[in-house]
Write a protein that binds this ligand. Structure first.
Ligand code: F6R
Length: 569
Protein backbone atom coordinates (compact mmCIF):
# COMPACT_ATOMS: atom_id res chain seq x y z
CA UNK A 1 0.00 0.00 0.00
CA UNK A 2 1.14 3.59 -0.44
CA UNK A 3 4.24 4.65 1.46
CA UNK A 4 4.92 8.15 2.75
CA UNK A 5 8.39 9.41 3.55
CA UNK A 6 9.11 13.05 4.37
CA UNK A 7 12.40 14.54 5.49
CA UNK A 8 13.76 17.89 6.61
CA UNK A 9 17.26 18.24 7.99
CA UNK A 10 20.98 18.64 7.42
CA UNK A 11 21.52 16.10 4.65
CA UNK A 12 20.79 16.49 0.98
CA UNK A 13 17.20 15.39 0.80
CA UNK A 14 16.96 13.48 -2.47
CA UNK A 15 19.18 10.50 -1.51
CA UNK A 16 17.56 10.39 1.93
CA UNK A 17 14.08 10.33 0.39
CA UNK A 18 14.98 7.66 -2.17
CA UNK A 19 16.54 5.53 0.53
CA UNK A 20 13.52 5.91 2.78
CA UNK A 21 11.11 5.10 -0.03
CA UNK A 22 13.18 2.01 -0.86
CA UNK A 23 12.66 0.78 2.69
CA UNK A 24 8.90 1.11 2.16
CA UNK A 25 8.99 -0.78 -1.16
CA UNK A 26 7.87 -3.95 0.59
CA UNK A 27 4.44 -2.37 1.11
CA UNK A 28 3.84 -2.74 -2.63
CA UNK A 29 3.62 0.12 -5.17
CA UNK A 30 3.36 0.87 -8.86
CA UNK A 31 4.64 4.46 -9.16
CA UNK A 32 6.71 6.83 -7.09
CA UNK A 33 7.44 10.51 -6.72
CA UNK A 34 9.03 13.21 -4.63
CA UNK A 35 8.67 16.95 -4.14
CA UNK A 36 11.75 18.80 -2.92
CA UNK A 37 12.40 22.38 -2.02
CA UNK A 38 15.08 24.58 -3.57
CA UNK A 39 13.99 28.19 -3.97
CA UNK A 40 10.69 26.65 -5.02
CA UNK A 41 8.88 23.30 -4.90
CA UNK A 42 10.00 20.80 -7.56
CA UNK A 43 7.90 17.72 -8.28
CA UNK A 44 9.33 14.65 -10.02
CA UNK A 45 7.33 11.45 -10.40
CA UNK A 46 7.36 8.34 -12.53
CA UNK A 47 5.51 5.11 -13.19
CA UNK A 48 6.98 1.82 -11.99
CA UNK A 49 9.87 1.14 -9.68
CA UNK A 50 11.99 3.66 -7.77
CA UNK A 51 14.86 3.08 -10.22
CA UNK A 52 12.76 4.83 -12.89
CA UNK A 53 12.32 7.82 -10.59
CA UNK A 54 15.99 7.85 -9.62
CA UNK A 55 17.01 8.28 -13.28
CA UNK A 56 15.14 11.61 -13.33
CA UNK A 57 16.83 13.03 -10.26
CA UNK A 58 20.15 14.68 -9.50
CA UNK A 59 21.16 13.23 -6.14
CA UNK A 60 23.46 16.19 -5.50
CA UNK A 61 20.75 18.82 -5.70
CA UNK A 62 21.00 21.43 -2.94
CA UNK A 63 17.79 20.56 -1.17
CA UNK A 64 17.21 19.73 2.47
CA UNK A 65 13.46 19.26 2.61
CA UNK A 66 11.20 16.95 0.65
CA UNK A 67 8.15 14.69 0.68
CA UNK A 68 8.16 11.30 -1.03
CA UNK A 69 5.62 8.66 -1.95
CA UNK A 70 5.23 5.19 -3.34
CA UNK A 71 1.72 4.75 -4.77
CA UNK A 72 -0.38 1.61 -4.87
CA UNK A 73 -3.14 2.55 -7.30
CA UNK A 74 -6.71 2.74 -6.05
CA UNK A 75 -8.40 5.64 -7.88
CA UNK A 76 -6.97 5.85 -11.37
CA UNK A 77 -4.40 3.83 -13.29
CA UNK A 78 -0.83 3.38 -12.09
CA UNK A 79 0.71 6.07 -14.30
CA UNK A 80 2.81 9.21 -13.97
CA UNK A 81 -0.19 11.55 -13.96
CA UNK A 82 -1.79 9.79 -11.00
CA UNK A 83 1.47 9.36 -9.08
CA UNK A 84 2.03 11.53 -6.00
CA UNK A 85 2.93 14.23 -5.00
CA UNK A 86 -0.07 16.18 -6.26
CA UNK A 87 -0.05 19.91 -6.53
CA UNK A 88 -2.83 22.51 -6.71
CA UNK A 89 -2.59 26.20 -5.88
CA UNK A 90 -0.06 26.53 -3.13
CA UNK A 91 -0.42 22.97 -1.82
CA UNK A 92 1.77 19.97 -2.65
CA UNK A 93 1.01 16.72 -0.86
CA UNK A 94 1.42 12.97 -0.62
CA UNK A 95 -1.39 10.77 0.66
CA UNK A 96 -1.93 7.23 1.90
CA UNK A 97 -5.56 6.17 2.27
CA UNK A 98 -8.86 6.64 0.50
CA UNK A 99 -11.11 9.69 0.43
CA UNK A 100 -14.59 8.17 0.36
CA UNK A 101 -16.51 11.38 -0.35
CA UNK A 102 -14.11 12.65 -3.02
CA UNK A 103 -16.84 12.90 -5.69
CA UNK A 104 -18.98 15.01 -3.42
CA UNK A 105 -15.99 17.21 -2.50
CA UNK A 106 -15.00 17.51 -6.16
CA UNK A 107 -18.38 18.98 -7.02
CA UNK A 108 -17.63 21.78 -4.52
CA UNK A 109 -14.27 22.49 -6.12
CA UNK A 110 -15.38 23.42 -9.64
CA UNK A 111 -12.86 26.26 -9.91
CA UNK A 112 -9.99 23.75 -10.03
CA UNK A 113 -8.79 22.00 -13.16
CA UNK A 114 -7.97 18.45 -12.16
CA UNK A 115 -4.90 16.85 -13.66
CA UNK A 116 -5.30 13.29 -12.36
CA UNK A 117 -8.01 10.71 -11.67
CA UNK A 118 -7.11 10.45 -7.99
CA UNK A 119 -9.08 11.12 -4.84
CA UNK A 120 -5.88 12.67 -3.46
CA UNK A 121 -5.92 15.62 -5.82
CA UNK A 122 -9.37 16.52 -4.49
CA UNK A 123 -7.86 16.78 -1.03
CA UNK A 124 -5.10 18.96 -2.40
CA UNK A 125 -7.67 21.37 -3.90
CA UNK A 126 -9.78 21.32 -0.76
CA UNK A 127 -6.82 22.31 1.43
CA UNK A 128 -5.84 25.03 -1.04
CA UNK A 129 -9.39 26.38 -1.10
CA UNK A 130 -9.59 26.41 2.71
CA UNK A 131 -6.25 28.22 2.84
CA UNK A 132 -7.68 30.93 0.60
CA UNK A 133 -10.43 31.44 3.17
CA UNK A 134 -8.06 31.34 6.16
CA UNK A 135 -4.34 31.26 5.50
CA UNK A 136 -3.51 29.17 8.54
CA UNK A 137 -2.60 25.60 7.65
CA UNK A 138 -2.93 24.29 11.20
CA UNK A 139 -6.51 25.58 11.42
CA UNK A 140 -7.29 24.15 7.99
CA UNK A 141 -5.92 20.73 8.91
CA UNK A 142 -7.86 20.73 12.17
CA UNK A 143 -11.08 21.00 10.09
CA UNK A 144 -10.33 18.10 7.74
CA UNK A 145 -11.97 15.54 9.97
CA UNK A 146 -15.32 17.34 9.67
CA UNK A 147 -15.15 17.54 5.89
CA UNK A 148 -13.38 14.45 4.68
CA UNK A 149 -14.69 10.89 4.96
CA UNK A 150 -12.29 7.98 4.72
CA UNK A 151 -8.67 7.50 5.60
CA UNK A 152 -5.64 9.67 5.14
CA UNK A 153 -2.06 10.09 6.20
CA UNK A 154 -0.66 13.21 4.58
CA UNK A 155 2.68 14.92 4.10
CA UNK A 156 2.18 18.50 2.94
CA UNK A 157 4.37 21.40 1.82
CA UNK A 158 3.27 24.91 0.86
CA UNK A 159 4.59 27.39 -1.73
CA UNK A 160 4.76 30.21 0.80
CA UNK A 161 6.23 28.19 3.69
CA UNK A 162 9.28 26.39 2.33
CA UNK A 163 10.88 25.53 5.68
CA UNK A 164 8.15 23.30 7.09
CA UNK A 165 6.51 19.98 6.40
CA UNK A 166 3.01 19.39 7.75
CA UNK A 167 1.47 16.01 8.48
CA UNK A 168 -1.88 14.66 9.64
CA UNK A 169 -3.40 11.21 9.89
CA UNK A 170 -6.77 9.53 10.22
CA UNK A 171 -7.24 5.76 9.90
CA UNK A 172 -3.92 5.39 8.06
CA UNK A 173 -0.57 4.88 9.76
CA UNK A 174 1.98 7.69 10.16
CA UNK A 175 4.96 7.91 12.49
CA UNK A 176 7.24 10.78 13.37
CA UNK A 177 10.94 10.47 14.13
CA UNK A 178 13.62 12.94 15.19
CA UNK A 179 17.29 12.15 14.59
CA UNK A 180 20.73 13.75 14.47
CA UNK A 181 20.40 14.36 10.76
CA UNK A 182 16.86 15.72 10.80
CA UNK A 183 13.18 14.91 11.18
CA UNK A 184 10.97 12.39 9.43
CA UNK A 185 7.39 11.44 8.79
CA UNK A 186 6.95 7.89 7.54
CA UNK A 187 4.35 5.20 7.01
CA UNK A 188 6.28 2.56 8.88
CA UNK A 189 9.13 2.04 11.33
CA UNK A 190 11.70 0.29 9.06
CA UNK A 191 11.94 3.50 7.05
CA UNK A 192 13.54 5.46 9.90
CA UNK A 193 15.77 2.80 11.43
CA UNK A 194 18.83 3.81 9.46
CA UNK A 195 18.91 7.07 11.45
CA UNK A 196 17.16 6.37 14.75
CA UNK A 197 15.27 3.65 16.58
CA UNK A 198 13.07 6.17 18.39
CA UNK A 199 9.72 7.16 16.98
CA UNK A 200 6.38 8.67 17.93
CA UNK A 201 3.13 6.99 16.92
CA UNK A 202 0.69 9.59 15.74
CA UNK A 203 -2.95 9.18 16.69
CA UNK A 204 -5.91 10.03 14.51
CA UNK A 205 -6.31 13.77 13.94
CA UNK A 206 -2.85 14.60 15.31
CA UNK A 207 -1.23 17.35 13.27
CA UNK A 208 2.53 17.71 12.82
CA UNK A 209 4.55 20.78 11.91
CA UNK A 210 8.24 20.09 11.41
CA UNK A 211 11.23 22.11 10.29
CA UNK A 212 14.87 21.12 10.51
CA UNK A 213 15.14 22.58 14.03
CA UNK A 214 11.73 22.05 15.54
CA UNK A 215 8.90 19.52 15.65
CA UNK A 216 5.46 20.23 17.07
CA UNK A 217 2.49 17.90 17.40
CA UNK A 218 -1.02 19.26 17.94
CA UNK A 219 -4.36 17.69 18.69
CA UNK A 220 -7.46 18.62 16.67
CA UNK A 221 -8.07 21.62 18.94
CA UNK A 222 -4.51 22.76 18.23
CA UNK A 223 -3.25 22.12 21.74
CA UNK A 224 0.44 21.20 21.66
CA UNK A 225 0.95 17.55 22.64
CA UNK A 226 3.85 15.94 24.44
CA UNK A 227 3.76 12.43 23.03
CA UNK A 228 5.49 9.29 24.21
CA UNK A 229 8.68 8.32 22.39
CA UNK A 230 8.79 4.62 21.54
CA UNK A 231 11.93 2.60 21.01
CA UNK A 232 12.15 -0.08 18.36
CA UNK A 233 13.82 -2.98 20.14
CA UNK A 234 14.26 -5.32 17.17
CA UNK A 235 17.58 -5.91 15.47
CA UNK A 236 17.92 -3.38 12.66
CA UNK A 237 20.40 -5.65 10.87
CA UNK A 238 17.71 -8.27 10.61
CA UNK A 239 15.94 -6.08 8.09
CA UNK A 240 18.36 -7.20 5.41
CA UNK A 241 18.42 -10.33 3.28
CA UNK A 242 21.65 -11.60 4.82
CA UNK A 243 22.87 -14.69 3.00
CA UNK A 244 19.51 -15.30 1.34
CA UNK A 245 18.57 -14.37 -2.21
CA UNK A 246 15.12 -13.18 -1.20
CA UNK A 247 13.42 -11.96 1.96
CA UNK A 248 10.75 -14.62 1.45
CA UNK A 249 13.31 -17.41 1.68
CA UNK A 250 14.97 -15.80 4.68
CA UNK A 251 11.62 -15.49 6.40
CA UNK A 252 10.75 -19.15 5.71
CA UNK A 253 14.04 -20.16 7.30
CA UNK A 254 13.52 -17.88 10.30
CA UNK A 255 10.45 -19.87 11.32
CA UNK A 256 12.03 -22.16 13.94
CA UNK A 257 13.48 -19.13 15.76
CA UNK A 258 10.46 -16.89 15.63
CA UNK A 259 8.08 -19.70 16.55
CA UNK A 260 10.15 -20.51 19.58
CA UNK A 261 10.28 -16.86 20.57
CA UNK A 262 6.52 -16.56 20.14
CA UNK A 263 6.09 -19.66 22.29
CA UNK A 264 8.41 -18.48 25.08
CA UNK A 265 7.00 -14.98 25.27
CA UNK A 266 3.35 -16.02 25.32
CA UNK A 267 3.12 -18.45 28.20
CA UNK A 268 0.09 -16.80 29.80
CA UNK A 269 -2.64 -17.00 27.24
CA UNK A 270 -6.32 -16.18 27.79
CA UNK A 271 -8.65 -18.92 28.91
CA UNK A 272 -10.99 -19.58 26.00
CA UNK A 273 -13.27 -21.85 28.00
CA UNK A 274 -15.11 -18.91 29.57
CA UNK A 275 -16.66 -18.05 26.20
CA UNK A 276 -19.51 -19.96 24.61
CA UNK A 277 -18.74 -18.80 21.09
CA UNK A 278 -15.62 -17.56 19.33
CA UNK A 279 -15.34 -15.62 16.10
CA UNK A 280 -12.01 -15.29 14.32
CA UNK A 281 -11.70 -12.43 11.84
CA UNK A 282 -8.92 -11.70 9.34
CA UNK A 283 -8.04 -11.33 5.67
CA UNK A 284 -6.05 -13.52 3.29
CA UNK A 285 -3.49 -15.66 5.07
CA UNK A 286 -4.62 -14.33 8.45
CA UNK A 287 -8.07 -15.74 7.62
CA UNK A 288 -6.43 -19.06 6.71
CA UNK A 289 -4.57 -19.03 10.02
CA UNK A 290 -7.95 -18.50 11.69
CA UNK A 291 -9.28 -21.64 10.01
CA UNK A 292 -6.45 -23.69 11.47
CA UNK A 293 -7.24 -22.10 14.83
CA UNK A 294 -10.88 -23.16 14.47
CA UNK A 295 -9.83 -26.77 13.96
CA UNK A 296 -7.70 -26.80 17.10
CA UNK A 297 -10.05 -24.81 19.35
CA UNK A 298 -13.09 -26.86 18.37
CA UNK A 299 -11.21 -30.13 18.73
CA UNK A 300 -9.41 -29.45 22.02
CA UNK A 301 -11.65 -26.88 23.78
CA UNK A 302 -15.01 -27.97 22.39
CA UNK A 303 -16.13 -24.39 21.68
CA UNK A 304 -17.89 -23.42 18.47
CA UNK A 305 -15.69 -21.19 16.30
CA UNK A 306 -16.73 -19.21 13.22
CA UNK A 307 -13.97 -17.87 11.02
CA UNK A 308 -14.89 -14.81 9.00
CA UNK A 309 -13.33 -12.73 6.24
CA UNK A 310 -13.11 -9.20 7.64
CA UNK A 311 -14.46 -7.48 4.53
CA UNK A 312 -17.61 -9.63 4.86
CA UNK A 313 -17.92 -9.63 8.63
CA UNK A 314 -18.08 -5.88 8.87
CA UNK A 315 -21.28 -5.66 6.80
CA UNK A 316 -23.36 -8.46 8.28
CA UNK A 317 -25.24 -9.38 11.40
CA UNK A 318 -22.57 -10.82 13.68
CA UNK A 319 -24.74 -12.50 16.34
CA UNK A 320 -22.39 -11.61 19.18
CA UNK A 321 -22.99 -11.01 22.87
CA UNK A 322 -20.96 -10.61 26.04
CA UNK A 323 -20.14 -14.33 26.07
CA UNK A 324 -18.55 -14.13 22.65
CA UNK A 325 -14.85 -13.60 22.07
CA UNK A 326 -13.84 -12.11 18.73
CA UNK A 327 -10.22 -12.78 17.80
CA UNK A 328 -8.66 -10.48 15.20
CA UNK A 329 -5.61 -11.76 13.35
CA UNK A 330 -3.30 -9.40 11.51
CA UNK A 331 0.41 -9.30 10.80
CA UNK A 332 0.53 -5.59 10.00
CA UNK A 333 -2.15 -4.58 12.48
CA UNK A 334 -3.24 -2.02 9.90
CA UNK A 335 -5.55 -3.94 7.56
CA UNK A 336 -8.46 -1.58 7.00
CA UNK A 337 -11.29 -4.13 6.97
CA UNK A 338 -10.01 -5.95 10.06
CA UNK A 339 -9.61 -2.65 11.89
CA UNK A 340 -13.13 -1.61 10.93
CA UNK A 341 -14.46 -4.92 12.34
CA UNK A 342 -12.77 -4.26 15.69
CA UNK A 343 -14.38 -0.84 15.86
CA UNK A 344 -17.72 -2.37 14.97
CA UNK A 345 -17.83 -5.01 17.72
CA UNK A 346 -15.54 -3.83 20.50
CA UNK A 347 -18.29 -2.42 22.70
CA UNK A 348 -20.44 -5.54 22.43
CA UNK A 349 -18.01 -8.35 23.31
CA UNK A 350 -14.44 -9.18 24.34
CA UNK A 351 -11.86 -8.62 21.64
CA UNK A 352 -8.42 -10.20 21.34
CA UNK A 353 -5.81 -9.33 18.72
CA UNK A 354 -3.12 -11.68 17.45
CA UNK A 355 -0.86 -9.08 15.94
CA UNK A 356 2.74 -8.88 14.78
CA UNK A 357 3.40 -5.15 14.67
CA UNK A 358 3.62 -3.61 18.11
CA UNK A 359 1.38 -0.60 18.74
CA UNK A 360 -0.23 -0.91 15.33
CA UNK A 361 -3.78 0.39 14.93
CA UNK A 362 -5.53 -2.95 15.54
CA UNK A 363 -3.26 -3.71 18.50
CA UNK A 364 -4.30 -0.41 20.05
CA UNK A 365 -8.00 -0.91 19.34
CA UNK A 366 -8.58 -4.43 20.78
CA UNK A 367 -9.18 -5.09 24.47
CA UNK A 368 -6.34 -7.63 24.78
CA UNK A 369 -3.44 -8.30 22.46
CA UNK A 370 -1.07 -11.21 21.96
CA UNK A 371 1.99 -10.30 19.94
CA UNK A 372 3.41 -12.84 17.55
CA UNK A 373 7.18 -12.53 17.60
CA UNK A 374 7.80 -13.01 13.90
CA UNK A 375 9.87 -9.83 13.70
CA UNK A 376 9.75 -7.56 10.72
CA UNK A 377 8.23 -9.35 7.72
CA UNK A 378 9.43 -7.72 4.53
CA UNK A 379 8.33 -10.09 1.74
CA UNK A 380 4.80 -9.16 0.71
CA UNK A 381 3.63 -12.78 0.97
CA UNK A 382 3.46 -13.80 4.60
CA UNK A 383 5.18 -16.94 5.85
CA UNK A 384 6.67 -16.59 9.32
CA UNK A 385 3.91 -14.33 10.63
CA UNK A 386 1.25 -16.79 9.41
CA UNK A 387 3.03 -19.64 11.22
CA UNK A 388 3.28 -17.62 14.42
CA UNK A 389 -0.43 -16.78 14.22
CA UNK A 390 -1.22 -20.48 13.92
CA UNK A 391 1.06 -21.30 16.82
CA UNK A 392 -0.66 -18.79 19.12
CA UNK A 393 -4.08 -20.19 18.24
CA UNK A 394 -2.91 -23.76 18.74
CA UNK A 395 -1.25 -22.89 22.04
CA UNK A 396 -4.51 -21.46 23.34
CA UNK A 397 -6.12 -24.82 22.61
CA UNK A 398 -3.31 -27.23 23.40
CA UNK A 399 -0.78 -25.88 25.92
CA UNK A 400 1.94 -28.33 24.86
CA UNK A 401 5.70 -27.94 24.64
CA UNK A 402 7.08 -27.24 21.17
CA UNK A 403 10.73 -28.27 21.53
CA UNK A 404 10.26 -31.40 19.39
CA UNK A 405 8.28 -29.47 16.84
CA UNK A 406 11.13 -26.99 16.37
CA UNK A 407 13.67 -29.73 15.69
CA UNK A 408 11.26 -31.34 13.20
CA UNK A 409 10.87 -28.00 11.39
CA UNK A 410 14.65 -27.68 11.26
CA UNK A 411 14.83 -31.16 9.71
CA UNK A 412 12.26 -30.24 7.09
CA UNK A 413 14.14 -27.07 6.21
CA UNK A 414 17.11 -29.21 5.14
CA UNK A 415 15.17 -30.02 1.94
CA UNK A 416 14.52 -27.30 -0.59
CA UNK A 417 11.80 -29.04 -2.72
CA UNK A 418 13.26 -27.50 -5.85
CA UNK A 419 12.94 -30.80 -7.74
CA UNK A 420 9.19 -30.81 -7.05
CA UNK A 421 9.00 -27.16 -8.13
CA UNK A 422 10.58 -28.15 -11.46
CA UNK A 423 7.61 -30.44 -12.13
CA UNK A 424 5.21 -27.58 -11.52
CA UNK A 425 6.61 -24.32 -12.81
CA UNK A 426 5.57 -24.66 -16.43
CA UNK A 427 1.91 -25.29 -15.56
CA UNK A 428 -0.65 -22.54 -15.83
CA UNK A 429 -3.25 -24.24 -13.62
CA UNK A 430 -2.97 -26.24 -10.47
CA UNK A 431 -5.16 -27.67 -7.72
CA UNK A 432 -4.50 -28.07 -4.04
CA UNK A 433 -6.79 -30.53 -2.29
CA UNK A 434 -7.25 -31.77 1.27
CA UNK A 435 -9.90 -32.43 3.87
CA UNK A 436 -10.58 -30.48 7.06
CA UNK A 437 -7.26 -29.25 8.53
CA UNK A 438 -5.50 -30.27 5.29
CA UNK A 439 -8.00 -28.23 3.30
CA UNK A 440 -7.16 -25.17 5.40
CA UNK A 441 -3.49 -25.74 4.59
CA UNK A 442 -4.41 -26.24 0.93
CA UNK A 443 -6.06 -22.80 0.92
CA UNK A 444 -2.87 -21.21 2.18
CA UNK A 445 -0.70 -23.25 -0.21
CA UNK A 446 -2.81 -22.22 -3.15
CA UNK A 447 -2.74 -18.54 -2.15
CA UNK A 448 1.03 -18.61 -1.60
CA UNK A 449 1.64 -20.16 -4.99
CA UNK A 450 -0.64 -17.90 -6.98
CA UNK A 451 0.44 -14.65 -5.35
CA UNK A 452 4.15 -15.11 -5.94
CA UNK A 453 4.33 -17.33 -9.05
CA UNK A 454 1.18 -16.12 -10.85
CA UNK A 455 0.12 -19.71 -11.58
CA UNK A 456 -3.64 -20.00 -11.42
CA UNK A 457 -4.29 -22.25 -8.47
CA UNK A 458 -7.41 -23.35 -6.64
CA UNK A 459 -7.82 -25.06 -3.32
CA UNK A 460 -10.63 -27.55 -2.96
CA UNK A 461 -12.02 -29.65 -0.17
CA UNK A 462 -11.01 -33.01 -1.63
CA UNK A 463 -14.52 -34.46 -1.47
CA UNK A 464 -16.01 -31.49 -3.29
CA UNK A 465 -14.11 -31.77 -6.58
CA UNK A 466 -16.48 -34.30 -8.08
CA UNK A 467 -19.36 -31.83 -7.71
CA UNK A 468 -18.15 -29.83 -10.67
CA UNK A 469 -14.51 -28.89 -10.67
CA UNK A 470 -13.23 -32.33 -11.59
CA UNK A 471 -14.24 -31.44 -15.17
CA UNK A 472 -11.07 -29.31 -15.26
CA UNK A 473 -8.75 -32.21 -14.52
CA UNK A 474 -7.02 -33.46 -17.62
CA UNK A 475 -3.77 -35.18 -18.55
CA UNK A 476 -0.90 -33.76 -16.49
CA UNK A 477 -2.98 -31.27 -14.49
CA UNK A 478 -0.96 -30.80 -11.31
CA UNK A 479 -2.83 -31.73 -8.13
CA UNK A 480 -1.09 -31.25 -4.80
CA UNK A 481 -2.94 -33.43 -2.31
CA UNK A 482 -2.44 -33.07 1.42
CA UNK A 483 -3.37 -35.96 3.72
CA UNK A 484 -2.03 -35.70 7.26
CA UNK A 485 -5.15 -36.58 9.25
CA UNK A 486 -5.39 -40.26 10.10
CA UNK A 487 -9.19 -40.19 10.34
CA UNK A 488 -9.55 -38.79 6.84
CA UNK A 489 -6.57 -40.16 4.94
CA UNK A 490 -8.47 -43.02 3.27
CA UNK A 491 -11.24 -40.67 2.10
CA UNK A 492 -8.67 -38.26 0.69
CA UNK A 493 -6.86 -41.10 -1.07
CA UNK A 494 -10.15 -42.05 -2.79
CA UNK A 495 -10.41 -38.47 -4.08
CA UNK A 496 -6.81 -38.54 -5.23
CA UNK A 497 -7.53 -41.75 -7.15
CA UNK A 498 -10.44 -39.97 -8.87
CA UNK A 499 -8.14 -37.24 -10.23
CA UNK A 500 -5.35 -39.70 -10.99
CA UNK A 501 -7.80 -41.72 -13.10
CA UNK A 502 -8.37 -38.58 -15.17
CA UNK A 503 -4.69 -38.05 -15.86
CA UNK A 504 -3.65 -35.70 -13.02
CA UNK A 505 -0.01 -35.49 -11.99
CA UNK A 506 -0.27 -35.93 -8.22
CA UNK A 507 2.11 -34.55 -5.62
CA UNK A 508 1.18 -36.20 -2.36
CA UNK A 509 1.99 -34.68 1.03
CA UNK A 510 1.55 -36.98 4.01
CA UNK A 511 3.06 -37.95 7.36
CA UNK A 512 5.52 -40.74 8.20
CA UNK A 513 2.84 -42.65 10.10
CA UNK A 514 0.36 -42.54 7.19
CA UNK A 515 2.92 -43.10 4.45
CA UNK A 516 2.29 -46.01 2.08
CA UNK A 517 3.80 -47.21 -1.18
CA UNK A 518 1.22 -46.95 -3.94
CA UNK A 519 0.67 -45.77 -7.48
CA UNK A 520 -1.91 -43.05 -6.76
CA UNK A 521 0.78 -40.36 -6.65
CA UNK A 522 3.67 -39.29 -8.86
CA UNK A 523 5.70 -37.44 -6.23
CA UNK A 524 5.60 -37.78 -2.49
CA UNK A 525 6.62 -35.56 0.41
CA UNK A 526 6.69 -37.26 3.79
CA UNK A 527 6.60 -35.13 6.92
CA UNK A 528 7.14 -36.22 10.50
CA UNK A 529 3.94 -36.49 12.48
CA UNK A 530 3.31 -33.95 15.26
CA UNK A 531 0.42 -32.61 17.28
CA UNK A 532 1.25 -29.19 15.82
CA UNK A 533 1.15 -30.76 12.31
CA UNK A 534 0.19 -27.65 10.26
CA UNK A 535 3.45 -25.96 11.28
CA UNK A 536 5.30 -28.81 9.58
CA UNK A 537 2.99 -29.26 6.61
CA UNK A 538 3.32 -25.60 5.70
CA UNK A 539 7.12 -25.78 5.22
CA UNK A 540 7.22 -27.75 1.92
CA UNK A 541 4.15 -25.80 0.78
CA UNK A 542 5.96 -22.48 1.27
CA UNK A 543 9.20 -23.74 -0.26
CA UNK A 544 7.42 -25.14 -3.30
CA UNK A 545 5.78 -21.76 -3.91
CA UNK A 546 9.14 -20.03 -3.50
CA UNK A 547 11.01 -22.29 -5.94
CA UNK A 548 8.22 -22.26 -8.51
CA UNK A 549 8.23 -18.44 -8.42
CA UNK A 550 12.01 -18.41 -8.73
CA UNK A 551 11.98 -20.78 -11.70
CA UNK A 552 9.39 -18.51 -13.33
CA UNK A 553 11.68 -15.51 -12.64
CA UNK A 554 9.03 -13.64 -10.70
CA UNK A 555 9.62 -10.65 -8.45
CA UNK A 556 9.27 -12.88 -5.38
CA UNK A 557 9.42 -10.31 -2.58
CA UNK A 558 7.24 -7.75 -4.37
CA UNK A 559 4.63 -9.57 -6.44
CA UNK A 560 2.74 -7.44 -8.92
CA UNK A 561 -0.45 -5.70 -7.76
CA UNK A 562 0.07 -6.68 -4.13
CA UNK A 563 0.63 -4.60 -1.04
CA UNK A 564 2.01 -5.67 2.33
CA UNK A 565 -0.16 -3.50 4.48
CA UNK A 566 -3.66 -3.28 3.04
CA UNK A 567 -4.94 0.00 4.40
CA UNK A 568 -7.75 0.33 1.87
CA UNK A 569 -11.11 -1.42 2.06
C1 F6R B 1 -0.75 -13.36 1.76
C2 F6R B 1 -0.81 -12.18 2.59
C3 F6R B 1 -2.12 -11.52 2.76
C4 F6R B 1 -2.29 -11.04 4.21
C5 F6R B 1 -3.57 -10.19 4.33
C6 F6R B 1 -3.81 -9.73 5.75
O1 F6R B 1 0.55 -13.87 1.70
O2 F6R B 1 0.18 -11.75 3.12
O3 F6R B 1 -3.17 -12.32 2.36
O4 F6R B 1 -2.34 -12.15 5.04
O5 F6R B 1 -3.46 -9.08 3.49
O6 F6R B 1 -2.78 -8.92 6.20
P1 F6R B 1 -2.56 -8.64 7.74
O7 F6R B 1 -2.17 -9.93 8.36
O8 F6R B 1 -1.46 -7.62 7.79
O9 F6R B 1 -3.85 -8.13 8.28
Amino acid sequence: MCGIYCYVGKKKAIPVLLDGLASLEYRGYDSAGIAYVTDKINIIKEKGRLDNLKKLLDLNTDTYLGIGHTRWATHGKPNKKNAHPHHQGKVTLVHNGIIENYQELKSLLKEYKFKSETDTEVLCCLIDKLLKENNNILKVLSKLNELVKGSYALGIILNDDLNNIYGIKKNSPLILAKSDIGNFLASDIPAILKYTNEYILLDDNNIVKMSKDEVKIYDSKLNVLDKKINTFDGDINKISKGKYEHFLLKEIYEQPDVLYKTYLENQNLPDLKKYNKIHIVGCGSAYHAGLVGKYYIEKYCNIEVNVEIASEYRYKNNFINKNTLVIFISQSGETADTLACVKKVKDKCDTLGIINVIDSSIAREVKNVIYTKAGCEIAVATTKAYSCQILVLMMMALKKDITNLISKINNLLKNDYEEIAKKIYKSEHLFYIGRDIDYYLALEGSLKLKEISYIHSEAYAAGELKHGTISLIEKNTIVIAIATDKDLVEKTISNIKEVKARGAYVIYITTNSLDQESDFYDEKIVIEEDIYQPLLTIIPIQLIAYHVAKLRKCDIDKPKNLAKSVTVE
